[in-house]
Design a protein around this ligand. Structure first.
Ligand code: HEC
Ligand code: HEC
Length: 235
């Protein structure tokens, strides 16, 4: 209960101050709500914030506004076992948060030197660097920690985004690089139902050839015996 009271207090403080400011854009209001509601206690944008939930620096690249709205309305309706709380946000607060999150396409790390995977120690270790990129750009938010899977998609066979622990059996390194670079729009299982909301993003738009090559090395190194189910933590 204490945490819940804290959220309500933060929302009230926000309502009285910056968030109601008429001159602010939707995204600026969303940023104020993001801070006031304590989203940062679990999420990083850039390097500041908690790591209990996925890093959101690229969330506007990987997720559509429609999906973000659905998620914030009721996280458990999309993923029953998620530990992300339902904040019971009003329509206007949710709209502002979606505007703010949709703008997050990597600018939280303004230069290459700011990107955590460019730290000097990682330069000569493609697998460790690939793992860092996997976590920080948010592959982990769709494919799970260590690529073990378990995250839903609608109207796809099995109802899940694929796990990645066995990609080395089906793809060559070059094929993996192409897949990551180009992305995939999943084929609906039932064409009469709404199309799958989660797409594999075309990462070549935001990542370099070197970054994608290190990601491929990391995926090839994954343990094919890893089990799905270990969901939270490790972001
Ligand atoms: C108690 C920790 C916690 C708090 C507080 C929290 N989240 Fe989350 N959030 C998570 C976790 C964990 C996930 C990953 C979903 C999963 O693993 O089930 C997540 C997922 C998300 C996602 C989808 C991430 C993606 O990369 O696709 C968004 C967007 C999000 N949260 C936004 C928010 C916003 C906005 C707030 C504040 C209103 C918030 N979260 C507060 C833990 C939290
Ligand atoms: C927004 C969710 C999302 C994110 C983020 C994401 N993916 Fe995917 N990924 C998917 C979906 C959905 C598919 C399945 C596409 C299809 O229907 O073939 C997929 C498929 C793949 C595949 C092919 C797997 C197979 O068995 O065919 C690889 C490899 C892959 N992703 C790697 C990555 C990497 C590396 C990243 C991070 C740079 C990443 N993905 C980020 C959603 C995502």
């Amino acid at each position: 209960m204490r945490i819940r009271h804290l959220f309500i207090f933060a929302a009230a403080a926000c309502a009285l101050a910056a968030c109601q400011e008429k001159s602010l854009t939707e995204a600026q209001k969303g940023q104020a709500y993001f801070n006031a509601l304590g989203c940062r206690s679990c999420h990083q944008i850039g390097d500041s914030g908690g790591t209990y939930g996925p890093n959101l620096t690229y969330v506007g690249f990987r997720k559509s506004p429609q999906w973000l709205d659905l998620w914030l309305k009721d996280p458990h309706a999309w993923r029953a076992k998620t530990v992300m709380p339902n904040f019971h946000l009003s329509d206007s607060v949710r709209a502002a948060l979606v505007a703010y999150l949709s703008e997050q396409k990597g600018q939280g790390w303004p230069t290459d030197a700011d990107k955590p995977w460019n730290a000097p120690g990682l330069k000569d270790n493609p697998i460790a660097r690939g793992k860092m990129i996997f976590n920080k750009v948010g592959c982990v938010a769709c494919h799970g920690v260590g690529g073990v899977g378990g995250y839903p998609n609608n109207n796809v066979v099995g109802g899940l985004i694929p796990s990645l622990t066995k990609v080395a059996e089906g793809y060559s390194k070059e094929e993996l690089i192409h897949k990551i670079h180009d992305g995939v729009v999943p084929t609906p299982m039932d064409p009469s139902q709404p199309a799958p909301m989660i797409h594999m993003p075309p990462w070549g738009q935001v990542l370099s050839k070197g970054e994608i090559t290190d990601l491929a090395d990391y995926l090839i190194s994954l343990d094919p015996n890893a089990q799905s189910g270990s969901s939270s933590g490790g972001f």
